[in-house]
Design a protein around this ligand. Structure first.
Ligand code: ADP
Ligand code: MG
Length: 343
């Protein structure tokens, strides 16, 4: 009897060790923040602590950056508060400075001062509506990223101007999440902040994380990106939009040049790079640009911007993909044609 027990015990030990080696402790957490569902998965001995800290850091950032919460720094800046010296936190000054830099490089395709126009279209929580041309023209006078000043300790805007970090906040939060994971010694993690993907390492089995690229024109995915230690962020007008009385579809990404929702040859843009904040900013900016300008932008700026890659889905059924992204992408929707672009 004793022998049998010992044998069983030994077998159990072997099993436990085997399991332990194959799969480090897994922790998973889903929550709602920054107006979207987020889920975080991490593997490692400190994974529970890591995912908890990621969630609390994201809610902290949301508390600083929310455009509607009257306790946030962005709200205070927008309502004439924190423009004085030594009041705006460094993390907020950094993200605003970053958004302004991309606004500059993208010739204003990304503009963090778009908020007054976005509000008029009702994309900030109120009822959606189509503003009149004169109303748009009037509000566009308040949109100008060049008028925002980030000083050593504060942020100043002209009267009536408003900042909105909606196009960059989740990406920046994903960088923070990856930093926290690494601080906790996590080697494998998948961070999904409402479609803003960040990966730490690959999967515990050594393969990359498989990330579906959504079909912007129907259900399911058009293909899969396999990622290790990098981010992928998609922008499009297919998730947040409204349809006016005459049947026109208006999406939530506004072309700052016209004040109207983007209407060009693109259905979606996906940006891939090691920098989540950059992916988020560029996915919005390149969506505004349309495929031709986006391609030009990639050729001109990719080297200086983390060597980013992109995948554009056009209304005519083309997937325009840079060579670096093509290596990591497999197309499953065979009704689309793949066009690989090289430097
Ligand atoms: P999502 O938030 O759906 O992931 P994006 O990252 O593309 O998508 O951000 C879209 C958000 O950015 C909008 O909801 C709005 O808050 C803001 N926005 C819309 N148009 C612009 C623009 N041209 N420049 C900067 N921000 C914009
Ligand atoms: Mg974005």
């Amino acid at each position: 009897m004793r022998k049998i027990l010992l044998a069983l015990l030994a077998a159990a030990c072997v099993l436990i060790t085997a399991c332990g080696e194959a799969k480090p402790d897994k922790a998973e957490r889903s929550f709602y923040a920054m107006n979207t569902f987020m889920s975080v998965t991490a593997y490692g001995s400190d994974s529970e602590k890591a995912v908890a800290e990621v969630q609390s850091r994201i809610s902290e950032l949301e508390g600083l950056w929310s455009v509607t919460d009257d306790g946030s720094e962005i709200y205070a800046i927008n309502h004439g508060g924190l423009s004085e010296i030594s009041e705006v936190s460094e993390v907020t000054r950094d993200i605003v400075a970053f958004a302004l830099d991309i606004a500059d490089r993208s010739s204003g395709a990304l503009d963090p001062t778009i908020y007054p126009v976005l509000s008029a279209w009702g994309f900030t929580g109120d009822e959606n509506r189509v503003p009149s041309e004169s109303e748009i023209a009037e509000l566009l006078k308040l949109v100008d990223h060049r008028a925002v000043k980030v000083t050593e300790s504060g942020i100043t805007l002209n009267d009536g101007m408003m900042l909105d970090l909606g196009a960059v906040a989740k990406g920046a939060a994903s960088d923070e999440a990856a930093r926290i994971m690494r601080e906790h010694g996590i080697k494998y993690a998948l961070i999904n902040l409402g479609g803003n993907i960040m990966t730490v390492g690959g999967k515990p089995d050594g393969s990359g994380w498989r990330i579906g690229v959504k079909n912007p024109d129907g259900d399911g995915n058009i293909g899969v990106l396999t990622l290790t230690d990098c981010a992928a962020v998609t922008s499009g007008s297919y998730e947040r939009y409204f349809i006016s009385e005459n049947g026109t579809v208006y999406g939530h990404i506004i072309d700052p040049a016209s004040g109207y929702p983007v209407d060009n040859d693109l259905l979606s843009t996906t940006i891939i790079s090691t920098d989540g904040g950059l992916c988020d900013a560029l996915s919005t900016a390149l969506f505004v640009m349309g495929s031709e300008r986006a391609e030009e932008f990639w050729r001109e700026h990719s080297a200086e911007l983390s060597g980013f890659d992109m995948l554009l889905i056009t209304k005519s059924g083309e997937v325009i993909i840079t060579e670096g992204a093509a290596e990591r992408f497999s197309l499953s929707d065979k009704s689309l044609t793949l066009k690989v672009i090289e430097k």
